[in-house]
Design a protein around this ligand. Structure first.
Ligand code: AMP
Ligand code: MG
Ligand code: MG
Length: 275
């Protein structure tokens, strides 16, 4: 089991919207985060910026009413690439990187949908993002696991059931982050363990240079997509022998594509023929 984390960063995007289906492409209009130390049981810092949408620069009346974000807020704001760079600098300033914290979101939408869509809209390849943006903890999962609830709840009902007041304005990203942070702290106080719950699928990871070992032969190659089936096909091709199994540098059998998403460049993998 992966180690539980003691530092989390809550992330909650607000985005262009209207009644019904969102505009296409949907774009981020607020990019906020709250840094929480679970060990110290405290909020340590926050990051907040509005973002100026470029494909649909005019916010709908519905969007302004939902988020309380004004047209002048986004008009005066930097565009997404600049805010993303500032967000990374803020994380780096706290010494944070993929191995010592994880993002916490309410639901999976922020990082499974909005981040890749926004990157595409801004011409940024998700593959080039630091890997911390490709994995996250869905607070709804922590909530249901910790309190042994059978179904998932929204932010306001989690607050209510934890007897926490909703602070600020719902659907303002920085206020949502603060409320999600307080849910996280309340769950930590009830013994919750914070472990990654989701990752982006294989197509969002960079190609992996690796070494493949079979018996006493080692070859160097590059795995285009981090898919187990593609890895076995590559090994079978390189060794001109059908391969059935592969193990990671720790000797753990690869049974799931997700195990390949975390491998460092140059990893040495052992492959095996069918038994
Ligand atoms: P939230 O974090 O729940 O405030 O929502 C994030 C984004 O999802 C909002 O900025 C909107 O773009 C969209 N959204 C949330 N609720 C609605 C809704 N009821 N109708 C349309 N879009 C919504
Ligand atoms: Mg949200
Ligand atoms: Mg929100």
């Amino acid at each position: 089991m992966p180690p539980a984390l003691d530092t989390i960063v809550v992330l909650d995007f607000e985005a262009t919207c209207q009644r019904g289906a969102p505009p296409s492409p949907q774009e981020v209009i607020e990019f906020p985060s709250v840094l929480v130390s679970l060990r110290e049981r405290a909020v340590l810092d926050s990051f907040s910026s509005f973002v100026r949408p470029t494909h649909h620069p005019q916010l709908s009346e519905f969007c302004r009413a939902l988020t309380s974000i004004r047209q002048e807020d986004v008009d005066a704001a930097p565009t997404f690439p600049e805010v993303l760079a500032r967000h990374q600098a803020w994380l780096a300033g706290h010494g944070l990187h993929a191995d010592n914290f994880a993002f916490v979101t309410c639901g999976d939408w922020d990082l499974v949908r909005m981040m890749p869509n926004q990157c595409a809209a801004a011409g940024i390849s998700v593959v080039t993002l630091p890997r911390m943006y490709r994995r996250w903890i869905n607070i709804k999962r922590v909530y249901t696991d910790t309190l042994r609830k059978g179904r998932s709840y929204g932010m306001t009902s989690m607050l209510r059931s934890l007897k926490l007041p909703l602070e600020g304005t719902h659907h303002r990203g920085i206020d949502d982050c603060g409320n999600i942070a307080r849910i996280a702290l309340a769950l930590a106080a009830r013994g919750a363990s914070f472990e990654l719950t989701n990752r982006l699928p294989a197509e969002f990871y960079p190609a992996l240079p690796l070494a493949l070992r079979w018996n006493d032969r080692t070859v160097h190659a590059t795995l285009g997509q981090r898919l187990r089936a593609q890895l076995l096909a590559l090994a079978s091709d390189l060794f001109q022998t059908p391969m059935a199994r592969v193990t990671t540098p720790d000797g753990v059998e690869v049974t799931d594509d997700q195990q390949l998403t975390e491998l460092p460049d140059g990893a040495l993998l052992q492959v095996y023929e069918p038994a």
